[in-house]
Write a protein that binds this ligand. Sequence first.
Ligand SMILES: O=C(O)C1=C[C@@H](OP(=O)(O)O)[C@@H](O)[C@H](O)C1
Ligand SMILES: C=C(OP(=O)(O)O)C(=O)O
Length: 432
Amino acid sequence: MRVSIDKSSIKGEVFAPPSKSYTHRAVTLAALSKESTVGRPLISADTLATVRASEMFGASVEREEDRLIIHGINGKPNVPDDVIDAANSGTTLRFMTAVAALTDGITVLTGDASLRTRPNGPLLEVLNQLGVKACSTRGNERAPLVVKGGLKGQDASIDGSISSQFISALLITCPLAENSTTLYITGKLKSRPYVDVTLEMLELAGIKVHVDDSNGTRFIIPGKQKYDFKDYTVPGDFSSASYLLAAAAMTSESEVTVKNLFPSKQGDKVIIEILRQMGADITWDKEAGNVTVRGGRQLKAITFDAGATPDLVPTVAVLAAVAEGTSRIVNAEHVRYKETDRLRALATELPKLGVDLKEERDSLTITGGKLRGASVHGWDDHRIVMALSIAGIVAGNTTVDTTESVSISYPDFFKDMRSLGAKMEKVSEELS
Ligand SMILES: O=C(O)C1=C[C@@H](OP(=O)(O)O)[C@@H](O)[C@H](O)C1
Ligand SMILES: C=C(OP(=O)(O)O)C(=O)O
């Protein structure tokens, strides 16, 4: 679907949508427990993929007003009676590939065209070290994947430089293995805050994991543990909030408060520091959970290391496009393995809006200036669509296509932006 966007300032208050990452974990841990409720879950295409997969492993999930009631499988997943389709969700595919290792049969997992291009090699390799038979049908480490259960647990090492989801997936399932596992991380662990979110949730479920960062990183995971995840309420999502906060910072006369943003292990809370560093007028009332941004200040260029927080790259790239000076987004190679190659996508679309940008293997160099309206492509990637959309309220006279992809993480993005006064109107339905 194409949306047309005109110059706008935005004013008002919006609740941050629930966190996608916390919702995935809450549903997965609840499914491995006996009985749990998950309050204020994000209901989006990605998290529904995790719900469906959990049900295929034998859990039952009922939706009651603003919570999910989950009857879990108490650590023993059934062999699914059909292929598990993770759709567009990398988190679902990785987590459920590891859950499949706990069954006493064979599970096939697939995804949409985008997900079937994303790498899973390190996860497959380490599962085979841990007593599982795991492979990809095409022999290219990409979904469709086939997993024959038999997770034993032992010492193993895994490359952490491609995706932290492989590590989170193992932290979730190895506690249920026969034996203990020590997981040694090789390479530079990227997206570490997401592992910290996993560890936080495991502790809530009564699962013990010892983290040793003294000489490199290793996780010591005792086996034969039991999940006891209880009632949980999902916090607000800083990655989704980043678009609202950045939009306000880039447009004069804007004043926006995003609510439901409390101190969190989410790495993407750093968007507040980034905006402050760029000179934005931003305040965070941590007790009330309110972040307020007032627009109108000239933003200044920054250097942003994307190693820990890859999902902020589209937001920061657009901020850099209007900032005074030259910004660098570095340590970003793993941002190429998301729904799209996001460095490539941004390097293709932002110049159409008049942005001076240079793409290198693991970085973008962006010199800020005046944006001009253009017709840009969203690459069927929710984060590219939302970043280009907020660029559109600065540039004016802009259209963005494939906007239905916001259903992945922030289904109400356009509704919320319009409620704040953004001029964003649906133009057409693409023939898909
Ligand atoms: O564990 C998670 O919830 C996520 C981890 C990150 O992926 P990588 O660890 O592959 O960088 C991030 O990009 C994704 O949106 C969510
Ligand atoms: C890459 C993302 O999620 P996933 O890896 O779960 O597809 C994302 O939300 O940007």
